[in-house]
Design a protein around this ligand. Structure first.
Ligand code: HEC
Ligand code: HEC
Length: 151
């Protein structure tokens, strides 16, 4: 029993969680909170210019057939927490027209049993699990991946 207890404290996950809670405790500009009540930065609107560019430019190309589309704008100020999802303020079916954003697809309403739900399925709630923004960074390792022609 004792050794199992120690193992928990030594696990990288535990250390990671401790570090994360320190970071969120340090941020204190009000509005939102972590599950344990520490405040996290509030959702200041992203610069209108960046979104304007995303609307005007074509969507980023996909590199493989099943790829979740890449986010074509910055997401620094768009938090997703248990109770609040900033992404849906623009990408939900209620709001997408007004915000000139792409609506989430039908697949995002399907739950784990394949049933259609009236609202976003919990498995699609944490958008950035699958959708990632882009930065202009040099690849760390060269690779020879080619896009398939089957898109
Ligand atoms: C303030 C409104 C707004 C918010 C908040 C927002 N987006 Fe967007 N998003 C847009 C607009 C506008 C576009 C560009 C649509 C277009 O290309 O015409 C876009 C594009 C995208 C695309 C590309 C869609 C495609 O077809 O290629 C993805 C993916 C995306 N957003 C995901 C997210 C995620 C994930 C979040 C939250 C972390 C988020 N967005 C928050 C407005 C928003
Ligand atoms: C489990 C992975 C996953 C999660 C989580 C997820 N998506 Fe997606 N998303 C995808 C995939 C894969 C596609 C492309 C296939 C499809 O349309 O279902 C997609 C497509 C989209 C599109 C493009 C729709 C179109 O018509 O081209 C938008 C916009 C989008 N997602 C937004 C979101 C937002 C906002 C969230 C969070 C509320 C989210 N997604 C959560 C995987 C995910």
């Amino acid at each position: 029993m004792k050794s199992r207890f120690l193992a928990v404290f030594q696990s990288p996950l535990f250390v990671g969680l401790m570090l994360m809670s320190c970071v969120s405790l340090a941020a204190d500009d009000g509005g939102l909170a972590t599950l344990r009540g520490a405040s996290i930065p509030s959702a200041a609107p992203a610069s209108g210019d960046a979104l304007k560019k995303a609307i005007e430019d074509a969507p980023l190309e996909r590199d493989f057939t099943q790829q979740p589309p890449l986010v074509s704008h910055a997401i620094d100020n768009y938090p997703v927490t248990k109770n609040f999802n900033k992404c849906l303020e623009c990408h939900s079916w209620e709001n997408y027209r007004k915000k000139k954003a792409t609506k989430v697809s039908q697949s995002h309403f399907q739950d784990a049993d394949g049933k259609e739900r009236a609202s976003i399925s919990p498995r699609r709630y944490f958008c950035v699990q699958c959708h990632v923004p882009q930065v202009d960074a040099k690849p760390l390792i060269a690779n020879t991946y080619q896009r398939p022609n089957t898109r």
